[in-house]
Design a protein around this ligand. Structure first.
Ligand code: NAD
Ligand code: UGA
Length: 359
């Protein structure tokens, strides 16, 4: 174990973190330190002889985080508030954690000359030119490219953008350190990953998670499927296993190709409107999982203000250009939208049925 390169995964207890940690342990190429406030999703990995789990808060002002950074070869930073309802309800906390606390990690990496793999977001691209010009984005399919696309945010009063701005500013700081030759980094912009162990269901835990969990909750518990502003916005979904496959290639960094690069990770072929996504989830549930007595949720349209409160503005359409990941890393995603939904749904349905049997 001592001879293996050492990776520190910050935010390892979250959706991407747990799937990544599991894969790193299975591959056996790295010794992994996993840090998170919450170790619940990592429970099956804790105890593995190549895993050191630390239940810690990166906001603590002692020396332990800096020592950890200096003691590892690669730092993967996943820590963030990454749920749109929080951008609306807690904008300052989003800025504080996603920018200020993450900046400390960047600075430790600079000081100790450690490689940083920083999770940003596709939300840095913001809105489409079509949308801003009042045209229909359906008619203007322009993929977002890492190094050429403009980043278009809405007005300050629409505080949803504080998340994207915090992430964008952090990217710009990394780039500036790179210009001074002070930091070896790679930035990842995920485009809507989904899969097993994504967010909690709102009937099981209070809160307002990402859309898959809301629709899954509707199918299992009969709450309405709510289409925010009619579900007209587009998203392109990527299976977490495909995403992790790309992340691992970035960590391996063959020939140093990821040095100071930004990578989109996404699946343009899996683009859908949210309304179509809701229909497809219902269809797959009915065909593959429905049992007698399961609810038949109604589909309703709600305004974004009703759903999120004031200050919401949606990303209208975001198509990833993944040429860079394909050409530099040889990566392709393998799961089509049906299989992404089926496998994520299966995880929740199996858990739900097991719970019903236990009652
Ligand atoms: P997540 O919310 O599931 O994971 C984030 C983890 O960070 C959580 O386990 C949380 O406990 C931990 N954390 C929060 N505050 C902490 C603190 N102070 N100290 C220690 N740990 C703390 O989110 P995710 O979906 O796994 O996303 C991971 C990263 O990827 C985030 O930076 C997010 O912005 C980015 N991202 C994800 C997606 C996606 O599709 N999932 C899309 C775009 C960007
Ligand atoms: C998501 C994540 O929440 C962010 O963490 C991440 O940074 C970002 O993706 C990303 O991939 O970059 P978003 O796709 O906006 O952001 O969040 P969801 O909550 O999954 O919403 C997707 C769409 O569904 C939005 O248009 C939203 O308004 C809509 N929605 C959400 C509904 O129609 N109904 C719901 O019940 C919930």
């Amino acid at each position: 174990m001592n001879s293996l390169p050492k990776i520190l995964v910050l935010g390892a207890g979250g959706f991407i973190g747990v799937n990544l940690t599991e894969r790193l342990l299975a591959d056996g190429k790295y010794a992994v330190t996993a840090l998170d406030l919450d170790g619940e999703k990592l429970r099956d990995q804790i105890g593995h002889d190549r895993l050191d789990f630390r239940q810690e808060d990166i906001r603590h002002r002692d020396e332990s985080l800096e020592t950890l950074v200096s003691d590892h070869d690669i730092i993967v930073d996943l820590v963030a508030m990454a749920n749109p309802s929080l951008y609306l309800s807690h904008p300052l906390e989003v800025f504080h954690l996603n920018f200020q606390e993450n900046l400390r990690i960047v600075e430790y990496c600079v000081k100790h000359r450690r490689r940083l793999v920083q999770f940003s977001t596709c939300e840095v691209y913001g809105r489409t030119v079509a949308g801003v010009l009042g045209k229909d984005p359906a008619e203007m399919p322009f993929p977002f490219q890492e190094d050429t696309s403009p980043l278009i945010m809405g007005p300050v009063k629409n505080h949803r953008w504080i998340y994207a701005c915090a992430k964008q500013l952090l990217e710009r700081v990394l780039h500036a350190y790179g210009l001074e030759d002070a930091l070896d980094y790679t930035i990842i912009r995920p485009f809507n990953f989904i899969g097993p162990r994504i967010d909690y269901l709102p009937s099981e835990k209070a809160g307002n998670p990402r859309v898959f969990s809301h629709f899954m909750n509707a199918l299992l518990y009969g709450t309405p499927m709510q289409l925010v502003d009619g579900g007209r916005s587009y998203r392109a979904y990527t299976h977490i296993d495909d995403a992790v496959d790309c992340i691992v290639r970035i960590l391996d960094n063959p020939g140093g190709v990821c040095q100071r690069e930004i990578f989109n990770i996404g699946t343009p072929e899996n683009e859908t409107t949210i309304q179509q996504f809701a229909e497809m989830m219902r269809e797959i549930f009915d065909e593959e999982f429905r049992q007698a007595g399961d609810p038949n949720p109604e589909v309703v349209s709600v305004s974004s203000e009703e759903f999120y409160g004031k200050g919401y503005e949606d990303c209208d359409r975001r198509i990833p250009d993944v040429t860079k990941a394909r050409e530099l890393l040889g990566w392709e995603s393998k799961h089509d939208l049906r299989s992404v939904i089926f496998q994520t749904m299966k995880y929740f349905v199996d858990r739900h049925r097991a719970g019903q049997e236990a009652e």
